[in-house]
Design a protein around this ligand. Structure first.
Ligand code: PMP
Length: 330
């Protein structure tokens, strides 16, 4: 019989899929590593599993323990699907601006969700940092993964994402392209590929316009999960050779093209990463192999990037990828 002993055993080993439509005029091979094939539909399952495994090994998480983390997104789903089926209590602390479907997903997995006011400074005890710190202190046996500092995050990518890409390209990968949020993906995967290739693979970080990583100026932007206004401990910028800066408009247009033209229904940070990857690939010869990581699934963005009205309200052009329902073809 062939079966997984638990859903956590299905994390990783995601496929590489060649991009053939959006790559017109490009000679190099462009391969997408599609992380929505993870059981929680994002790359964050990898760090969740690695962080929990390490916490169990180090004795920081004991049977009956509680995991407390401030997150409303993919990290929460990853932690929930690994932790709850191992019998841990799971508490997510979420700013109230994230109320809605993302939070409902966490509840569906059986997690407890504590809402905190959005409009308080990070050092306020009512803030989501403040509340999660207090819960982690007060609940006996509590463990806080702390995804922006926990080195078992990047290590998870060094041990899984990097080797998978090296194996699946027979060591022929020449460029690795990824967005940067906590920096765990690019730090772990990039470091592995540099090590494995004797420093031959080039690592390119893709950053939203408005993020600190690629040199600012820092301002708001709409693409989710990538860019920051501070330097997290999980990001080692020395791993990255170069940056590509991408606007929300470019990211979202490409996200929609990936669904329609490549059949890859992905989130906005995936579109952003592909814009960066195509800029890199454009000048490369036919024997170059560019791998771009697509972090998550598009389902979490149906009411945003995939909604024509939302796109128009935010000033984005939807011509070319217009929702046909709005044209009366229904
Ligand atoms: N895209 C999305 C949708 C994410 O949730 C994240 C994680 N914050 C990233 C990209 C970036 O990954 P990392 O944190 O490993 O840099």
């Amino acid at each position: 019989m062939r079966y997984a002993r638990s859903v956590a055993d299905l994390v990783g080993d995601t496929p590489l899929v060649q991009l053939t439509r959006v790559t017109e005029g490009i000679a190099a091979t462009v391969l997408a590593k599609v992380e929505y094939f993870n059981p929680g539909s994002s790359a964050k399952d990898r760090i969740a599993r690695n962080i929990i495994d390490a916490a169990e090994r180090d004795g920081m998480l004991k049977p009956g323990g509680t995991i407390v983390e401030p997150t409303s997104g993919n990290t929460g789903v990853g932690l929930a699907l690994v932790a709850l089926q191992r019998g841990y209590r799971m508490i997510f602390v979420v700013p109230d601006k994230f109320a809605g479907e993302k939070v409902d997903v966490l509840k569906a997995y059986g997690a407890e969700v504590v809402m905190t006011p959005t409009n308080v400074p990070p050092d306020d005890p009512r803030s989501y940092y403040g509340v999660s710190d207090r819960l982690a202190r007060e609940i006996p046996g509590a463990f806080k993964p702390n995804q922006f500092a926990n080195q078992n995050g990047p290590r998870g990518h060094y041990e899984t994402t990097g080797p998978e890409i090296w194996r699946d390209t027979d060591g022929r990968v020449t460029h690795f392209v990824a967005g940067i949020g906590t920096g765990g993906t690019i730090t772990g995967t990039g470091r592995y590929l540099r090590d494995a290739s004797d420093e031959a693979v080039r690592i390119i970080g893709v950053d939203p316009e408005g993020s600190l990583y690629s040199g600012g100026p820092v301002h708001g932007y709409l693409v989710e999960g990538v860019g920051e206004d501070f330097w997290p401990e999980t990001y080692d910028p020395t791993v990255v050779h170069a940056y590509e800066r991408v606007s929300d408009a470019e990211s979202f247009a490409m996200t929609r093209r990936l669904a329609r033209e490549e059949g890859l229904f992905v989130g906005g940070s995936s579109g952003m990463a592909v814009v960066g990857a195509l800029r890199v690939a454009r000048g490369l010869p036919a024997d170059a192999v560019v791998v771009v990581l697509l972090p998550d699934h598009g389902r979490g963005y149906l009411s945003k990037i995939y909604d024509d009205d939302w796109m128009r309200e935010h000033g984005f052009d939807v011509s070319g990828t217009r929702d046909i329902r709005t044209e009366g073809h229904d």
